[in-house]
Write a protein that binds this ligand. Structure first.
Ligand code: SAM
Length: 285
């Protein structure tokens, strides 16, 4: 059946995504700096700024990789303390839990080593969890925040998640393609783990719509990035996959509609660098 065929393709995609990050884990952070000319640091700062982290929060960073976003949230929570903007007591600071969830142990190991290098090896606020974004083991209504940076594009839909998205699609008479269903199902899972009032923030490579800039960006994506991948990470295919997966991702407005259709409120997005990346945000009310 076509569904069976899709299954096989999805399994292949899971393996491919797994390999991509196993192959590049050790050079991942350097590659990010090179490919984005360091801009990914500013984008992540912006993401965390929009989150407004607070002491005592329970936060889940999905597809957290080497902890780049989690460290920034950790620093923000602790710097709020330093500046004493809020009267933060030691006890609530210690209650802060930032879960870094990633499917790939190699990426998490690089993150744990980075934590150790920062003297945070035994810090209880940073929790490293090997897990699948599509089958999160966290309780319903348990998180104040959920971030996913450069991750939602990679999630593949397992049968159960797909079924969930399909059921939703038909019961709400919504119009989603098969590949969009996996993004929808991720939004539904996110909605489940967030508390009421909890924030969803997604940073993702998106679509450029400015005429000449778009042509230059296409040239950079298709010609330069795979070559950089080969040169720095010794892995052309993984970076070719990256470029292609960006093209398949729904445009900003469409993704915003999908987040709202999944049941989120106050859905907004902000384009950075003309849409090279976008930050979508929403609240569970
Ligand atoms: N968020 C980090 C950052 O911005 O630096 C890492 C982003 S990296 C491009 C994508 C990450 O998604 C990888 O670490 C990969 O292992 C992870 N990933 C892919 N599929 C996943 C899944 N189904 N569940 C959880 N993590 C997944």
């Amino acid at each position: 059946t076509s569904f069976g065929f899709q299954q096989v393709k999805e399994e292949e995609k899971s393996k491919l995504v797994g390999n991509v990050f196993t192959n590049v884990a050790s050079s991942y952070d350097v590659m990010n700096d090179v490919m984005s000319a360091g801009l990914h640091r500013l984008w992540k700062e912006r993401l965390v700024g929009k989150l407004s982290p607070f002491a005592g929060m329970k936060h889940l960073d999905v597809a957290g990789g080497t902890g780049d976003v989690a460290f920034r949230i950790f620093d923000a929570v602790n710097s709020v303390k330093r500046r004493e903007l809020r009267k933060v007591d030691e006890a609530s600071l210690e209650e802060t839990q930032i879960y870094v969830c990633d499917i790939n142990p190699n990426m998490l190991n690089v993150g744990k080593q980075r934590a150790a290098d920062r003297g945070l090896r035994d810090n209880k606020s940073l929790v490293w969890v090997e897990g699948d974004a599509e089958a999160l083991s966290f309780d319903d209504n348990s998180m104040d925040g959920y971030t996913i940076a450069f991750g939602i594009r990679n999630v593949t839909h397992i049968e159960k998640a797909l079924a969930e998205a399909y059921r939703y699609k038909y019961s709400h008479q919504l119009d989603f393609s098969l590949s969009e269903c996996c993004i929808l199902s991720q939004c539904l899972i996110t909605l489940r783990v967030l508390k009421r009032g909890g924030r969803f923030l997604c940073l993702e490579l998106s679509h450029v719509d400015i005429p000449v800039f778009k042509d230059l960006y296409d040239l950079y994506s298709f010609q330069v990035i795979p070559n950089l991948g080969e040169l720095i990470a010794g892995d052309r295919d993984s970076y070719q996959y990256l470029v292609e997966s960006v093209r398949r991702f729904p445009p900003q407005e469409r993704f915003a509609t999908m987040i709202a259709d999944a049941g989120f409120e106050k859905v907004e997005y902000e384009n950075l660098v003309g849409g090279v990346v976008a930050i979508h945000s929403a609240i569970k009310l």
